[in-house]
Design a protein around this ligand. Structure first.
Ligand SMILES: [Zn+2]
Length: 193
């Protein structure tokens, strides 16, 4: 479907600065070059940080493993958002399952924090799933997947190298990591939940 570019212009022009920044840094993957140019125009017109447009570009290209490692290094050098410790951080992925009669609710979360806080976070998610997840057929299946996810990710919490979950977190956040490069306070906000 072809979208009239004037509709896109109008839509972006109506966004507040905050909405535009959020959209450009997090949701700009797959935008057409024309739509990207409209964002560039808005960023310039509103005198926003040029890194905001770099974030659009970053979301629309592939990244080498080296680039992802560089983003991971940035993340690892931040303060733990849970206990404020300044040891090298890492990442985990956890699944929490709650069975509801014939169905189930699943919440999947990436966490970037110090290794001790990662241990606590993923154990808490697992314990909640073990208490609340079993009580429906779907819940049984999803609780088993939550156990599998726990075993797969928790073994990397204390690694010096970026864990698979941290690398995936970096891939999902190339927008803000690019936009906020060099601004520690804003970078910290990416990992604060
Ligand atoms: Zn911590």
């Amino acid at each position: 479907m072809r979208v009239d570019i004037s509709v896109v212009q109008e839509r972006y022009a109506k966004m507040s600065n905050e909405e535009l920044i959020r959209y450009a840094t997090l949701d700009a993957k797959g935008l057409t070059p024309a739509a990207q140019q409209v964002i560039a125009y808005e960023v310039d017109k509103r005198n926003l940080h040029p890194g905001i447009f770099d974030a659009v570009e970053a979301q629309n290209r592939d990244h080498s493993e080296e680039e992802i490692y560089a983003y991971c290094e940035t993340l690892q050098g931040l303060d733990c958002p849970l206990c404020r410790k300044t040891v090298p951080l890492n990442g985990t992925f956890s699944r929490q399952v709650k069975a509801i009669i014939f169905s189930g609710h699943t919440s999947d979360t990436y966490t970037v924090a110090c290794p001790d806080c990662l241990d606590k976070t993923s154990k808490t998610a697992l314990h909640k799933s073990l208490l609340q997840g079993w009580w429906s057929p779907v819940g049984i299946f999803r609780t088993l997947s939550a156990i599998f996810i726990y075993l797969r990710h928790s073994k990397h919490h204390h690694d010096e190298a970026p864990s698979p979950a941290l690398r995936q977190f970096a891939r999902l956040h190339v927008g803000p990591l690019t936009a906020y490069r060099g601004d520690r306070r804003r970078l910290q906000s990416i990992i604060t939940q």
